[in-house]
Design a binder for this molecule. Structure first.
Ligand code: A2P
Length: 348
């Protein structure tokens, strides 16, 4: 690797930002320098980076000179404001927020599914929603083999998807309830401890939530195939790490459960964990901290012609966010795409 790369993590004090630093370090991403940015509130504090610590710098519009690649996980507003300035300074952005995902100028990439989309990037690349990422990794081999026509998904999503504040809310409410105190709802509209909320992100005019429509629209964009029909119900569950999804898939061509099991076990990024007789099925509590997308409960849907049911579980902070973003960075490096072709595209 000849190029000397300076890499920034923006939102480095957050749940995903910290995991991005861990992932860069663990995968030995070839950066000569790694810099950590967050808001003015955290400037001067330290975040771990392998054996070392990085001093957090305040994010400002003019900090990107000399930075080759910035991985953002600091929320949509921060990304909308700062990513264009990064691109203007010649810094390629991989952004974990929803700000750029549906922007036509920005590829939306899961490296196991559509790495080719990176080739037309203009400076900002979007990392999909955590629930979408784990689902499309498992759908990819089935779509290639049998052409998916429809997907019905229900999610069971961990509180870490809301960031550090979601983790703290569940912790605090559990402690309050066990101490006979009335738990306070600061982050979610209702109690999350010992409850299930069928409500993630805001409600839209069609009565779906934004999270549900992200799964619909992002899946179509990633597969570049508007003929895939997707419908989703997203729920928040009192789990710290790991999203689970019940996914029903309909294909043009029949795929048996046995064939699906073989295809999935050969697919990159997928780990089939499926043996009902041995009580083998993936669960969030047991896969947190792991990289693959785990698939179990693979079975034919006996109510329709060409249908399959699956249970898909992945660590939402890793493959659902930090790992996917770092894999995008690795793919950009491999394809020699860490450069901004036109620095003014996003400022105008
Ligand atoms: P800070 O800790 O200084 O608020 P999470 O998703 O876990 O809540 O993390 C959000 C991340 O985004 C944190 O690192 C947070 O930094 C960062 N962040 C939020 N707002 C800004 C902002 N305006 N400028 C820079 N970083 C921000």
């Amino acid at each position: 690797m000849s190029k000397k790369l300076t890499v920034a993590v923006v939102g480095a004090t957050g749940a995903v930002g910290r995991e991005m630093l861990n992932t860069l370090e663990a995968r030995k991403f070839p950066a000569t320098q790694v810099r950590a940015f967050a808001s003015a509130r955290s400037a001067g504090s330290k975040v771990p980076f392998g054996e070392r610590e990085l001093v957090v710098e305040e994010l400002k519009e003019d900090v990107f000179a000399g930075i080759d690649l910035a991985i953002f996980s600091a929320g949509g507003g921060t990304s909308t404001q700062f990513s264009p300035h990064a691109a203007h300074a010649g810094c390629v952005v991989v952004d974990n927020s929803a700000a750029w995902r549906m922007d036509e100028r920005c590829p939306l990439v899961v490296p196991e599914v559509n790495p080719q989309a990176l080739e037309r990037h203009q400076g900002i690349i979007a990392n999909p929603n955590c629930s979408t990422i784990q689902m499309v990794v498992a759908l990819k081999p089935l779509h290639d083999a049998g052409t998916i026509t429809r997907v019905v998904v229900s999610t069971y999503q961990a509180v870490s998807g809301t960031g550090q504040k979601g983790i703290e809310e569940l912790e605090r409410q559990v402690r309050d309830l066990f101490s006979m105190r009335e738990p306070e709802n600061r982050v979610y509209p209702f109690r999350i401890a010992f409850n299930v909320l069928p409500h993630i992100d805001i409600f839209l005019d069609n009565d779906y939530t934004k999270e549900e429509m992200k799964m619909v629209n992002e899946t179509v964009k990633i597969f570049d195939d508007p003929s895939i029909r997707v419908t989703a119900t997203c729920a928040r569950v009192p789990v710290f790490y790991g999203h689970a999804e019940s996914v029903n898939v309909q294909t043009e061509k029949k795929i048996t459960a046995k064939q699906a099991r073989i295809m999935l076990s050969q697919a990159p990024g997928v780990m089939v964990y499926d043996n009902p007789r041995e009580k083998m099925y993936p669960m969030p509590a047991y896969i947190a901290g792991e990289d693959p997308v785990f698939v179990g409960r693979i079975r034919e849907d006996e109510s329709i012609e060409n249908g399959l049911n699956m249970w898909i579980v992945a660590d939402n902070v890793r493959k659902g966010a930090a790992l996917n973003a770092v894999q995008i960075a690795e793919e950009l490096l491999k394809k020699d795409l860490i450069r901004v072709p036109d620095r003014d595209v996003f400022l105008s």
